[in-house]
Design a protein around this ligand. Structure first.
Ligand SMILES: NC(=O)c1ccc[n+]([C@@H]2O[C@H](COP(=O)([O-])OP(=O)(O)OC[C@H]3O[C@@H](n4cnc5c(N)ncnc54)[C@H](OP(=O)(O)O)[C@@H]3O)[C@@H](O)[C@H]2O)c1
Length: 257
């Protein structure tokens, strides 16, 4: 299948996990790819793997999405190489799970910059050229936890930022749809990646973790629907989501400890 031949897709947080899978999905559809993450060595390895497997061009760019200058550099490097950005898969994210009264206070800024502000800033940096071209697709990695009300315990700062991102995405859809731009929120359930690696150890039944396959299928759908259709939100949820009872008994070491 090569529905995206001639298109350029930028994926953040793409050295591993869901982002890497989605970069493969876009490459499998024929798009050239720009991929970003903080650590360059694993990113470069992923770029080579994707280029070898899918025979598309892949540009790895070291980028910390919490830094505006890194985001500007990412966009500039991608446009220098490919001339444009047709698809943005805004995916980079970090998790932190604590009972709120015990959560290190410096976590809040790190989570807000990675999981919310980085998304909004990067969209702002690419959207005006999409508007000029009257086409573009933006996929934002939200979270299935946003479907819970109240939000899952020990997880409320992360999840509430994802709620904000979900609301922003929906609002943006109405604002830019007349310019031919599609905005899609993805709401995955608990997926087997490094982000949930420690969770896997404490989850009673590992079969409740999803593989990235269902998320790849959802994104392939979002990127290949007819031009006049926009999947606004796609939730791909575990059949027996671990957010119900028992509440996640998980406490992550703070990365700065
Ligand atoms: N896994 C799940 O169960 C799940 C469920 C719902 C939603 N999500 C969302 O899906 C997205 C991906 O999660 P994942 O499970 O694939 O995580 P992961 O396996 O930990 O991968 C995270 C990716 O993001 C990059 N990254 C982290 N911080 C970054 C930063 N500041 N700047 C640039 N890149 C950064 C990482 O590379 P570096 O460390 O080298 O930067 C890595 O490539 C996140 O937004 C997460 O919230 C995940």
């Amino acid at each position: 299948m090569s529905d995206l031949k001639g298109k350029v897709c930028l994926v953040t947080g793409a050295s591993r996990g869901i982002g890497k899978s989605l970069a493969c999905t876009a490459a499998g559809l024929g798009a050239d790819i720009s991929i970003a993450a903080r650590s360059f060595a694993p990113l470069e390895k992923t770029a080579k793997e994707i280029a070898d497997k899918y025979k598309v061009q892949v540009l790895p760019v070291a980028c910390d999405v919490t830094k505006l200058e890194d985001l500007e550099n990412l966009v500039n490097k991608t446009k220098d190489k490919f001339g444009k950005i047709d698809i943005l898969i805004n995916n980079a994210g970090v998790s932190s799970q604590y009972p709120f009264p015990e959560q290190p206070i410096e976590d809040f800024e790190r989570l807000a910059h990675t999981n919310y502000l980085g998304y909004v800033r990067l969209i702002r940096l690419v959207i005006n050229e999409m508007i000029e071209r009257k086409s573009g697709s933006i996929i934002n990695m939200v979270s299935g936890s946003t479907l819970c009300d109240p939000l899952p315990r020990n997880f409320i700062v992360y999840s509430s930022l994802k709620v904000g991102l979900r609301a922003f995405s929906k609002g943006l859809f109405w604002e830019v749809r007349d310019h031919g731009i599609k905005i899609t929120s993805l709401l995955p359930g608990v997926t087997d990646t490094d982000l949930t690696g420690k969770l896997q150890e404490v989850t009673a039944d590992n079969s409740r973790l999803m593989s990235t396959q269902a998320i790849e299928d959802a994104v392939r759908f979002a990127l290949t629907v007819p031009a006049n259709v926009c999947p606004l939100e796609i939730a791909v949820i575990n059949q027996q989501t671990p957010w119900t009872k028992p509440v996640i008994p998980f406490k992550q070491e703070h990365p700065n400890k």
